[in-house]
Ligand binder design. Structure first.
Ligand code: ZN
Length: 308
């Protein structure tokens, strides 16, 4: 029975913002949808702030995440309770060693699919299908990257979509030249290790999901392969552009400063879930009362890799 299947499968999900800008309406709607699906299925929620990109991560943005969640009145079960707890106990900075060891171990188990690349980002431009694979270079941390070779015609089918990983990603750097772990691997590794099995993310991450599933299969990350994914529509600004953290006009910081309540965000999330009278939804309690819509939303949007 479908219903029982989804209920029994979801044990852990995560709210995983990047502290590279102020939280905007699109992020908040993702938090609300994640929260609602988790509470509906009795899955635990981990707050996992993804500060892997140290060049863009800032303390004020970490603080903004906690303030936004408090303003939305969304609670979580695992992860840091505030900024100081995060910096001390949960930051990815302190996990680089573990991540490097994990990648190294996979590299030694699968030496033919990894190689060292010394090319600069400037030289590469975009997607890399480069020549360093032939050179058999040695890894010099901080001077070279460790890449995963993705052969021509490599792709993955999720739902009814085929994602051509060769053209979209090429040979991706799992360990960056700047001596830190890539987002793709860090995120996948954390999900596998923590046994996340419900991931709610925007449509813009659909290709990342495909890449991560491909890597999970390659590396034998059995838990990740059983994850239920819900990809939801993105929120666009008035000119039709995707909201981004660099576009501060949609930042919720100004809403909070002006004493505005988050009602509109709950209404938008409810509308996305197909709640007919969505304008009546103002709080997390209201959204959790929409059990039938949540059930249907999960059933129609939930996807798992077809491993047959
Ligand atoms: Zn190269």
């Amino acid at each position: 029975m479908q219903r029982a299947f989804y209920f029994s499968m979801c044990n852990l999900t995560r709210i995983a913002p990047t502290p590279s800008g102020f939280i905007h309406t699109g992020n908040a709607i993702n938090f609300i949808l994640t929260y609602a699906l988790a509470r509906h299925t009795n899955a635990k929620i981990e707050l996992r702030i993804d500060d892997i990109d140290q060049n863009r991560s800032k303390d004020i943005y970490i603080e903004d995440i906690f303030e936004t969640l408090e303003w939305l009145r969304l609670d979580w079960d695992l992860g840091a309770i505030d900024k100081n707890d995060f910096l001390k106990n949960y930051s990815f900075i302190n996990k680089q060693k573990t991540l490097f060891e994990a990648i190294s171990s996979l590299w030694h188990k699968n030496p033919d699919i990894f190689y060292i690349c010394k090319c600069s980002r400037k030289k590469i431009g975009g997607i890399y299908h480069g020549d360093c694979i032939k050179s058999k270079l040695k890894l010099k941390k901080g001077e070279s990257a460790l890449r995963l070779h993705i052969d021509k015609n490599t792709g993955i089918t999720l739902g009814n979509k085929y994602i051509d990983l060769y053209s979209i990603f090429g040979d991706i750097a799992l360990w960056q030249k700047e001596d830190f772990c890539s987002y793709q691997f860090a995120s996948l590794f954390a999900d596998e290790k923590h046994k996340t099995n419900l991931i709610v993310r925007g449509d813009d991450l659909f290709n990342s999901t495909a890449l991560q599933l491909y890597m999970a299969r390659l590396f034998g990350f059995e838990n990740f392969l059983k994850t239920t994914f819900v990809h939801h529509a993105l929120i666009f600004d008035k000119s039709g552009l995707k909201l981004s953290k660099s576009n501060s006009s949609s930042a919720l910081l100004s809403w909070r400063k002006n004493g505005k309540k988050p009602n509109e965000l709950f209404q938008k999330a409810a509308q996305m879930m197909g709640v007919r009278e969505f304008w009546k939804i103002n709080t997390k309690e209201d959204i959790l009362a929409c059990g039938n819509e949540l059930e249907l939303f999960l059933k129609t949007n939930g996807q798992r890799l077809n491993l047959a």
